[in-house]
Design a binder for this molecule. Structure first.
Ligand SMILES: [Zn+2]
Ligand SMILES: [Zn+2]
Length: 270
C-alpha cells in the first residue's frame, strides 16, 4: 500500500495553512504523491510545487472546480497548465460568481437579523472567498461556535443564508478542464451519489473518479473502482484536507494499493 493525497486545500481557498505548509504537512506524513486542489484557483500551485520539490515530494498541479448542479458536485482537475489563459479566465469567472453569491448570502443573513457585512467575510479569507469564510465570520462575531455549527444554523438549504450554487455546469467544467490539458475527476462521488450520471459525464470528458475518500464506505469505493474500470477512468485518492481549525479532514493521506498508485504516477506525473 502507498500513501497518497491528491485533494488538499490551502488558505488560497478555504484551508488554514499556506500552500507551502500543506506540502510540508504532506511530506511529514510521508505522502508519496501530492496535489494541492484549492477551490476555483490555481494561485497556490506554484508555491506548493516549489515546496514539494524541495521536499522531494512528487507534486501534481490541481484545482477543484465547483458546479451549479449541487453544493457538493465538484470536479477536480489534474495536470492543468496554471498559465493557460482561457482556463485562468474561466476560473476568474467562477470566482466572480462566488463573490456575487456571498453578497446575496450576507444580504439574506442581514434580513434575518444576523448583522454581518462583507468586510467581516473578506477579513477571514486570504484567497478565494467562499461560504466557509462566511461561516468563519459568523464564528468570529459570536453567532456560531464552529464552522460546522455556522453551516448548520445559517448556511444550509432552508436557512436564511442559503443560496443555490453558482458555478459552471458539470459539462462546462469538464470541457474547460480538457481544453486546458487537464484530467477531470469527480470529487467525493459518495457525497453526491444521487447525482451520478456517468454515461453523460464520460462523454463530456470525465477522466477519473475519486474512489478513495475518507467518508467512503468500502462498498462505495468498490463500486467506484468498478465504474472506473467499466469506463476506463483513473481512480484517485484524496483526503480533502483543510488544515487545523476547520473541523474537516484533519488527516492528510490515504493508503491505496500499489497498482493504483503506479497508474496514478503514470497518468498524472509527466
Ligand atoms: Zn469538494
Ligand atoms: Zn475539496
Amino acid at each position: 500500500m502507498r500513501l497518497v493525497d491528491l485533494h488538499t486545500h490551502s488558505n488560497r481557498s478555504d484551508g488554514t495553512l499556506s500552500p507551502a505548509q500543506v506540502a510540508h504537512a504532506a511530506a511529514e506524513r510521508k505522502v508519496e504523491l501530492f496535489a494541492l486542489a484549492d477551490h476555483d484557483t490555481v494561485d497556490g500551485c506554484e508555491a506548493a510545487r516549489k515546496a514539494a520539490e524541495g521536499l522531494k515530494l512528487p507534486f501534481v498541479n490541481a484545482v477543484e472546480v465547483s458546479t451549479n448542479e449541487d453544493d457538493h458536485l465538484h470536479i477536480l482537475a489534474y495536470g492543468i497548465n496554471p498559465a493557460d489563459k482561457t482556463f485562468v479566465s474561466f476560473l476568474d469567472q467562477m470566482r466572480a460568481r462566488r463573490v456575487e453569491r456571498i453578497v446575496s448570502i450576507v444580504r439574506g443573513l442581514k434580513e434575518s437579523g444576523v448583522g454581518l457585512d462583507e468586510n467581516d467575510v473578506a477579513h477571514e479569507a486570504a484567497g478565494v472567498r467562499g461560504r466557509a469564510h462566511v461561516a468563519d465570520a459568523l464564528v468570529t462575531r459570536g453567532f456560531a461556535t464552529t464552522r460546522q455549527d455556522a453551516f448548520r444554523k445559517f448556511l444550509v438549504p432552508g436557512k436564511p443564508g442559503y443560496r443555490p450554487p453558482v458555478g459552471a455546469s458539470a459539462a462546462q467544467a469538464l470541457s474547460a478542464i480538457r481544453a486546458a490539458g487537464g484530467i477531470p475527476v469527480l470529487a467525493h462521488p459518495g457525497v453526491v451519489r444521487d447525482k451520478w450520471n456517468f454515461p453523460e459525464w464520460v462523454s463530456a470528458g470525465l477522466g477519473g473518479v475519486e474512489a478513495y475518500y475518507p467518508s467512503h464506505s468500502v462498498e462505495i469505493t468498490r463500486e467506484l473502482l468498478a465504474i472506473a474500470s467499466r469506463y476506463g477512468l483513473v481512480a484517485t485518492a484524496g483526503s480533502d484536507y483543510h488544515g487545523p481549525k476547520t473541523g474537516i479532514s484533519k488527516t492528510l493521506g490515504l493508503r491505496i494499493p500499489d497498482e493504483d498508485y503506479e497508474i496514478l504516477r503514470r497518468r498524472l506525473l509527466n
